[in-house]
Design a binder for this molecule. Structure first.
Ligand code: SAH
Ligand code: SF4
Ligand code: F3S
Length: 451
């Protein structure tokens, strides 16, 4: 079998897309996925354009592969993902040795592109946005552990002023309800117990049903339908936008026990002025009200977020408001970034008078506080009983097992391999910076829901 290597950058959707590409090329092109780039016949880069740094990584990686291509002209190099979508054929101007350029919406055409490359002996570029045919062309996913991603919608129509995603992934497009449920059932039949519903703006999901005249199904109802599938004991979703975070979704948190006690809800800034300049469409108070409502139905909910520091025009007061919000809501492990100018986005034209040094200092201060809160949440977990899904062996110690709590913390504990793929109860004994240690208290929990 010829060998395939995929290097992935970016979000969970990209990681998931890479897995789908591997499934597809195994079934249709006889390519076997391997872990070492040096031994591959086909090298693919699945790229991210969200910040300049992510984009530059692509070209430096291609630079490292260039001599390999010179030495072995039959080596095939392909670039996909959001940089491919954004730069299209221009990728070949900077890296003329690239054979294939495909976008997030054309990855299902890779088998044909590989065939055309072989027969026509010329580079293939297709970064178009052909509706949703992609999902009909992908094979049933193969589960690799007890937890799995399922893409339910793709793209984004919100156009925050700093963001490339609506341009690289296209507008919001939801998969039909039946397709999503068929995929979840197929995964459950392979032993999957936890489903992570994926979308760039996942709570804007509006899925068609068989009845074309019927109202579309929203994320809250989709979650209920997924929860009804035998074997699915945990449900997550990523990433939501505060504007589309509806009362109906809060109701789902109230009455669907499989929904985890955890929510990632990006807020970006604690200043109304900056939120308006970002065109987020909500105020800080709107965000806090939603969280308070949610905490009424889920008192133990942990909340995480994304923050952008140093958005054009961000003053010391604006930044102080972000810090105040962090103190008020107590976020768990969150992502924070220095604003990066993206070509062709509205914010790229905004005057930006904050120095890079100042931005770095703000980022450090914010991360220090976020880290403080995350560590505090971890410490408070010591002595508690947690239900975790055992995903496999611990990374650093084969005699240990690793699983995740509802709030996404990795827990390492001593146990036998037959527990992998099951839920167990553990008592947390120690909090480390990036994981927890625990002791097994109750082996396999077989009841479908423990609450
Ligand atoms: N669709 C999701 C996530 C999009 S990208 C959402 O709207 O929440 C993930 C995160 O990257 C964003 O939440 C934002 O914090 C960050 N991000 C996006 N564009 C950025 C830019 N130009 N500079 C810095 N950070 C950015
Ligand atoms: Fe980007 Fe905003 Fe869409 Fe998120 S909601 S993907 S930040 S445009
Ligand atoms: Fe990056 Fe595209 Fe995801 S820009 S964050 S890979 S949607």
């Amino acid at each position: 079998m010829r060998k395939l290597y995929i290097q992935t950058y970016g979000c969970q959707m990209n990681v998931h897309d890479s897995a789908r590409i591997a499934d597809l090329l195994r079934e249709t092109a006889g390519l076997e996925l391997i872990e070492t780039a040096e031994d591959a016949d086909v090298l693919l880069l699945n790229t991210c354009a969200i910040r300049e740094k992510a984009q530059e990584k692509v070209y430096s990686q291609l630079g490292r592969w260039r001599p390999w291509k010179l030495a072995r002209p039959d080596l095939i190099i392909g670039v996909g993902g959001c940089v491919a979508s954004q730069d299209g054929a221009a990728i070949r101007e900077r890296a003329p040795f690239v054979d294939i350029v495909f976008g997030p919406q054309t990855l299902h055409r890779l088998p044909q592109m590989l065939r055309d490359l072989a027969s026509e002996k010329r580079p293939q570029v297709d970064v178009s946005f052909p509706k949703i045919e992609k999902f009909d062309c992908l094979p049933t996913p193969r589960a690799s552990s007890a937890t799995a991603f399922v893409t339910v919608m793709e793209g984004c129509s919100r156009f925050c002023t700093y963001c490339v995603v609506p341009y690289t992934r296209g507008r919001e497009l939801s998969r039909p309800v039946a397709d999503v449920l068929t995929e979840v059932s197929a995964l459950a039949a392979q032993g999957v117990r936890e489903i992570n519903l994926l979308g760039q703006n996942v709570n804007a999901y509006r899925g068609r049903t068989a009845d074309a005249a019927a109202e579309r199904v929203d994320l809250a109802d989709l979650i209920r339908a997924v929860a009804a599938i035998a074997g699915i004991e945990r449900i997550r979703f990523t990433t939501s936008h505060p504007m589309a975070f509806s009362e109906r979704l809060i109701d789902a948190f109230a009455d669907v026990p499989q929904l985890v006690d955890f929510l990632h809800l990006p807020v970006q800034s604690g200043s109304d002025r900056i939120l308006a300049a970002m065109r987020r469409g909500h105020t800080v108070a709107d965000y806090c009200t939603k969280i308070e409502r949610l905490r009424q139905v889920r008192p133990h909910l942990t909340l995480s977020s994304d923050f952008i520091v140093g958005f054009p025009g961000e003053t010391a007061d604006d930044f102080a408001a972000t810090l105040a919000l962090v103190e008020r809501l107590e976020f768990d492990h969150s992502y924070s970034f220095i604003y990066s100018r993206r070509p062709n986005t509205p914010a790229a034209e905004y005057p930006d008078d904050v120095t890079l040094n100042e931005k770095k200092a703000r980022l450090e201060q914010l991360q220090h506080r976020l880290n403080h809160h995350a560590q505090r949440i971890s410490r408070h977990m010591i002595g508690t009983t947690q239900r975790i899904l055992v995903e496999g062996h611990a990374r650093k110690d084969m005699n240990q097992l690793a699983g995740r709590t509802e709030n996404n913390r990795v827990v390492n504990f001593t146990g036998t391999p037959d527990l992998i793929g099951n839920f167990v109860e553990v008592t947390i004994t120690e909090a480390l910076p990036n994981s927890l240690r625990a002791q097994l208290t109750s082996p396999v929990i077989t009841a479908s829901i423990s609450e």
